[in-house]
Ligand binder design. Structure first.
Ligand code: RAM
Length: 357
């Protein structure tokens, strides 16, 4: 468990280190590689012997989503930065849609290219597991981050407690709408492990609010155009809607743009999971009051570090085992072979301008 103070400090440190992302590039090619030495040799580190030259493929749900660009890139201090600092060969690669059919060929290609480890956010565990199991059978380390595939990976790097994310999203919205009225969820894809797990806890938490009614869950597939279309559909179908939770950075950005009109501003509340840079305008003009996220760059950094530790057999993945993940400090492997980055952080007008990612 992290104290609020420690979490805030971690976010702020990350905020300054990812500043370049806000004013810099977006991912446009399918692959970004950080070069390191090609030989797989031993290098001594504080946590044990981490090999160098490991081929690690970082596979987000999709390319071009700024959340994943921040989680993965060298500039932001994400997964590829951790791998570079350890002397590994890190490559970010994925498809152009947040679907298993787009992600699967990329996993297969990584295996063919001789991957030592995969760091992957699962679009659909059922569809991906046969291929991820094949990878593990070949001795490739599989680390999931952001969205898990629990039965076909070695370790899951979890951004924040699943229960805490789900329940706190409902609590935030309840405060904003006086715990009364029809609400809807704008999710990402219907197959995503993280979205479904959070929605499960949201439903559970809603039982504490008898006057809040979940009328619909729609799926924008982490595609801006689809997210806009399904949110427009909601607004038409439910004219009495009082609030929306969108636990996806793509969905909430699309919903905020639609609600940023005199017709809706202040009448339909919107919360969810968003990057602070994408919400600054909407928090400033009152379309959005508060929302949550963790530090995506730290999530990626931790996943990259853990993959190198595991692929080197510097750690065995045994529950209770600890390791030091460079600048982030010490982490402990839980009984379900996961590690927890920290607690979700609430952004609002009092703090949003302290962040730049
Ligand atoms: C989107 C993706 C991702 C999720 C974030 C909050 O970018 O759906 O999986 O964790 O939002």
């Amino acid at each position: 468990m992290f104290s609020k103070r420690k979490t805030t400090t971690a976010l702020l440190l990350g905020a300054s280190s990812v500043a370049l992302v806000a004013c810099g590039t977006t991912v446009s090619s399918s692959t970004t590689t950080t070069a390191a030495s090609t030989a797989t040799t031993q290098a001594a580190t504080s946590g044990g012997a981490i090999k160098t030259g490991l081929k690690v493929f970082v596979i987000p749900k999709v390319l071009g989503n700024s959340y994943f660009t921040t989680a993965d890139s060298v500039q932001s201090g994400g997964a590829l930065a951790a791998l570079q600092s350890l002397g590994e060969v890190g490559t970010e690669t994925s498809g152009t849609a947040s679907t298993p059919s787009s992600q699967l060929p990329v996993i297969q290609s990584a295996i063919t290219q001789g991957a030592n480890a995969l760091v992957i956010s699962a679009t659909d565990p059922t569809a991906l597991c046969p291929t991820l199991n094949q990878a593990m059978a070949k001795g490739i380390t599989v680390v999931t981050y952001d969205s898990d595939a629990p039965t076909c990976r070695d370790l899951f790097v979890n951004q924040a407690s699943t229960a805490q994310i789900g329940t706190s999203e409902v609590d935030l919205l309840a405060k904003q709408i006086n715990a009364t009225g029809d609400i809807a969820i704008v999710s990402a894809t219907a197959s995503a492990t993280n979205q479904n797990a959070w929605i499960g806890y949201m439903k559970q938490e809603l039982t504490k609010y008898p006057n809040m009614h979940l009328v619909s869950i729609v799926y924008g597939n982490d595609d801006p155009a689809t997210a806009t279309a399904v949110t427009q559909g909601l607004l038409q179908q439910y004219p009495n809607l009082k609030g929306i939770i969108s636990p996806t950075t793509v969905g909430i950005a699309a919903a905020a743009a639609l609600l940023d009109t005199p017709q809706y501003r202040g009448k339909i509340a919107l919360t969810g999971l968003a990057t602070p840079n994408e919400m600054k305008k909407y928090v400033a003009d009152g379309t959005v009051t508060s929302f949550e996220l963790w530090n995506p760059a730290n999530l990626g950094y931790l996943a990259g570090y853990a993959a190198a530790e595991l692929a080197s057999k510097a750690i065995t993945n045994a529950p209770g085992q600890t390791f030091t993940a460079g600048k982030l400090g010490k982490y402990t492997i839980a009984s379900d072979h996961s590690i927890l980055l920290g607690a979700p952080y609430v952004f609002d007008k009092s703090n949003i301008n302290n962040f730049n990612f």
